[in-house]
Write a protein that binds this ligand. Structure first.
Ligand code: SF4
Length: 235
């Protein structure tokens, strides 16, 4: 048995095991998806596809639709630049460096920063790094305009932790007016980031994802979900 055949066999065996585990441990009503797959054959190609696999259940139109979109706007340049940054900096560059490398590749000079007020220090340091590397940063903080939360119908009780509302749509508009070439999110709240991404004209990426409990390291909750946080997540 070659090494590849053995690996393929093990991957299939693992998938079967995972399926068995699910059969006995999971409620019947949920739909299987890629998180339930033990083979990842879309990447490896020498294993088996589970029956619920989106790759094998795909319509040609869906695939064609996605591939066509890579020729829209600047999407193709973004894809090439992303792949090159991943390849050239693999396990060598920090995300800060990757963002700058990516920006250079897409000829982005004016870099918008949409930051949370709680991460103003981090935003200042990032702007300093950008300037030191020849970029032109322009930041808009989340509390810009300083409207009260209740003024737009947010329940008054939410003002107990601070009356001023975050305004991600205005952050996006001001960065759009500045004609930033690339926007970088630093610590916007869950949901505020969604609105920012929706209204940002420039392509947007994230430097820091806010997590008040884990020191802005949301992955820590995932890494401890099967130990310290098991009860917290009802696992
Ligand atoms: S696309 Fe198919 S093979 Fe790939 S992870 Fe999802 S289910 Fe598995």
């Amino acid at each position: 048995m070659t090494r590849q055949t053995a690996l393929s066999f093990l991957a299939t065996f693992r998938y079967d095991l995972l399926s068995l585990q699910k059969t006995f441990a999971m409620p019947k009503h949920y739909a299987n998806s890629c998180v339930d797959c033990g083979t990842q054959n879309c990447k490896f190609k020498d294993r088996t596809y589970p029956e619920f696999c989106p790759t094998t259940n795909l319509t040609p139109e869906d695939l064609e639709w996605s591939l066509e979109r890579y020729n829209h706007d600047n999407n193709h340049a973004i894809m090439v630049a992303s792949a090159e940054v991943e390849y050239e900096g693999y396990c060598q560059l920090t995300r800060v460096e990757e963002i700058m490398q990516f920006a250079r590749k897409i000829n982005a000079h004016k870099i918008g920063i949409a930051n949370c007020i709680g991460l103003i220090k981090e935003a200042r340091i990032f702007a300093k790094i950008l300037r030191a590397n020849g970029f032109e940063p322009y930041a808009v903080i989340c509390k810009v305009a300083g409207k009260d939360k209740s003024s737009i119908g947010i329940p008054v009780c939410c003002e107990e932790i601070g009356a001023a509302m975050c305004n991600p749509i205005l952050q996006a508009r001001l960065l759009n007016q500045t004609k930033t070439d690339l926007n970088v999110v630093i610590g916007l709240c869950v949901g505020h980031d969604s609105l920012f991404y929706k209204y940002s004209d420039a392509y947007a990426t994230t430097l820091i994802t806010k997590d008040r409990i884990t020191g802005n390291n949301p992955a820590a909750a995932i890494y401890t979900a099967e130990s310290y946080y098991k009860k917290k997540f009802n696992l």
